[in-house]
Design a binder for this molecule. Structure first.
Ligand SMILES: Cc1cc2nc3c(=O)[nH]c(=O)nc-3n(C[C@H](O)[C@H](O)[C@H](O)COP(=O)(O)OP(=O)(O)OC[C@H]3O[C@@H](n4cnc5c(N)ncnc54)[C@H](O)[C@@H]3O)c2cc1C
Length: 524
């Protein structure tokens, strides 16, 4: 990867900086860089807590990884499609004294949560209905049915500690970490999710069914801490949901809410520098040369690249380029968005299509960082629930394949079309005439994660969720290097996925003083 590309200010030093303070509002200014879910959540929370918030997004649309592509009459959610913990979205509307329904937003449950198709043709329909799950387990391996209760109890124990306590604490000090260390030891957080699941299930296929979840947040089930085994319980507790109109509809509704609350979203505004004076943030400089002043800045942008590119090295004691380059980054994703001119009612809304290998493939992706000949896929078919995502009689899809991040050096320019063709060919085991009916397609590789989202190493989920990069060990929500700078999003605590990034925004409420206190001069 190339090193820092901090360019000198185009506005001469000493030129009068333009404040983002509206002046008349009397509220202190705050800036949020990036309009992913973590950025939207932070902007809403700061606006609700007495700040005058400017949300800066470098792309032409908000949402970050939840961008929306519209092509030939088809609508494609670019990234997140599975909504777990929808109450975290409800909480944001409540900040403005509204509800999601006020903004026409409808979030509906999915059943099954996922259809898991094994390479030998066996199918496991995974949902939150306990009896149904027991029947599915029995169908795969009767001997494992009895273990399900113990597995759920364990997943719940982790959930109680991890979701309710871990995700709710900023972990800004080592004391926070030491406080929960005994519980982590008791819950065997040092074990991998697959290792934990294997204690309960003997059947290799069932071990896959109950251990694949870390992949949804960029982790290798064989390396991610068993803390992430709580995802099973989280889904069971709150279900798996879909937003009508796609995840993009949630983004649109949150932006409208933010603007109704008085916040400003500025698109096509790339931040090129976070300005620091005597270790305290003073504002940002945009690519246009414009400067905005604020004593509170939240970065929702990629954490590694925020430190490397936006903050001058002399202001960074902890997060040096060298330290960031030594971190372990999550996998990349190859995403193929495609539309067909016919419907496939036999396909579920969410399907996981497994290849012949599980551990071997994950080793290729995470350890060897090579592009394997085989793949495991996640196929999203939103038209199953929401016909409005495609023209009449047509279907909108995306299929994603976990691949190595760019540290592996895959030449995507030469591979992209061939890889997409191979994926479509393999999907014909589910939909035999698929390739003949594809009428539009679009590809996103780890290279586009760099060019469109400025993701370090093209990683889809930032830092890999392993124990030594979790909680206190992850870059903190409160910058360790610059006062007044905070982080919300996948690269900080608690981590990737919509529940993670919305929680990161939520815990900023605990560490950023209320705007009234700042305005009254009680703080800073
Ligand atoms: C293909 C895919 C599928 C996924 N599926 C799911 C799912 O089903 N369910 C789920 O819960 N999670 C899913 N995830 C994970 C989830 O989408 C992400 O973890 C989450 O959306 C990341 O949000 P974030 O707040 O970190 O910000 P991001 O979405 O990463 O947004 C960051 C924003 O910052 C902007 N930015 C960066 N640098 C600058 C700058 N210098 N100036 C201005 N703006 C800047 C970027 O343009 C971007 O808009 C998926 C991810 C991917 C990639």
């Amino acid at each position: 990867m190339t090193v820092s590309t901090l360019t000198p200010p185009t506005v001469p030093a000493g030129a009068k900086a333009r404040s983002s303070d509206s002046g008349s509002s009397g509220r202190p200014p705050a800036i949020v860089i990036g309009s992913g879910f973590g950025g939207l959540g932070s902007a809403l929370r700061l606006q609700a807590r007495g700040y005058d918030v400017t949300l800066l997004e470098m792309r032409d649309k908000p949402g970050g990884r939840a961008y929306v592509y519209e092509q030939d009459g088809f609508r494609f959610d670019a990234g997140p499609t599975i909504i777990t913990a929808p109450f975290l979205i409800d909480e944001l509307f409540a900040l403005g004294g509204r509800s999601k329904e006020d903004y026409g937003l409808r979030i509906v449950p999915c059943d099954p949560y996922y259809r898991i198709v094994f390479d030998d043709g066996r199918v496991f329909d995974y949902n939150g209905d306990e009896q149904h799950l027991r029947n599915e387990i029995r169908r795969f391996n009767p001997a494992d049915e009895a273990s399900y209760d113990a597995f759920v109890a364990h997943s719940r124990a982790i959930f109680d500690r991890a979701f309710t306590d871990l995700a709710d604490q900023p972990f800004s000090s080592i004391t926070d970490m030491l406080r929960i260390a005994p519980d982590l030891a008791r819950l065997r957080a040092d074990r991998s999710v697959h290792g934990m699941v294997s204690k309960f299930f003997t059947d290799p296929a069932l071990r896959v069914v109950f251990s694949f979840h870390p992949l949804l947040i960029g982790g290798n089930p064989f390396q991610s801490s068993s803390i992430y085994g709580m995802i099973h319980y989280l889904e069971r507790e709150w279900g798996v949901h879909y937003a009508m109109g796609g995840t993009g509809a949630v983004v649109q509704a949150l932006v409208r809410l933010f603007e109704d609350m008085g916040g400003r979203l500025r698109l096509n505004c790339r931040v090129e520098e976070i300005e620091v004076e005597r270790r305290q943030v003073s504002g940002v400089r945009l690519a246009s040369g414009e400067r905005l002043q604020a004593g509170t800045v939240v970065a929702n942008s990629d954490v590694a690249n925020t430190y490397r590119k936006l903050i001058r090295p002399e202001h960074r004691r902890k997060w040096t380029d060298r330290k960031l380059e030594r971190m372990s980054y999550s996998m990349g994703l190859f995403v193929l968005y495609f539309g067909t001119d016919r419907l496939y009612p036999e396909l579920a809304h969410h399907t996981i299509v497994l290849g012949p290998r599980y551990k071997g493939l994950l080793d290729d992706i995470f350890r060897h960082k090579v592009l394997a000949e085989d793949f495991s896929l996640y196929l999203h078919a939103p038209t199953r629930t929401d016909p409005a995502m495609a023209p009449d009689g047509c279907e909108s899809f995306y299929v994603l394949s976990p691949v190595p991040n760019l540290e592996g050096g895959v030449d995507w320019e030469s591979q992209r079309e061939r890889y997409a063709d191979r994926i479509l060919e393999s999907l014909e085991k589910l939909a035999p005439d698929l390739r003949r009916h594809v009428v539009t397609r679009r590809i996103m590789t780890p290279v586009e994660f760099v060019t469109e989202l400025d993701a370090y190493a093209g990683s889809a989920f930032q830092f890999e969720p392993i124990l030594t990069q979790s909680a206190w060990f992850r870059p903190h929500n409160v910058s360790e290097d610059v006062e007044g700078l905070y982080f919300a999003g996948a690269g900080t605590h608690p981590g990737a996925g919509l529940p993670g990034v919305l929680s990161s925004a939520k815990l900023l409420d605990r560490v950023i003083p209320h705007g009234n206190e700042v305005a009254a001069g009680l703080i800073r």
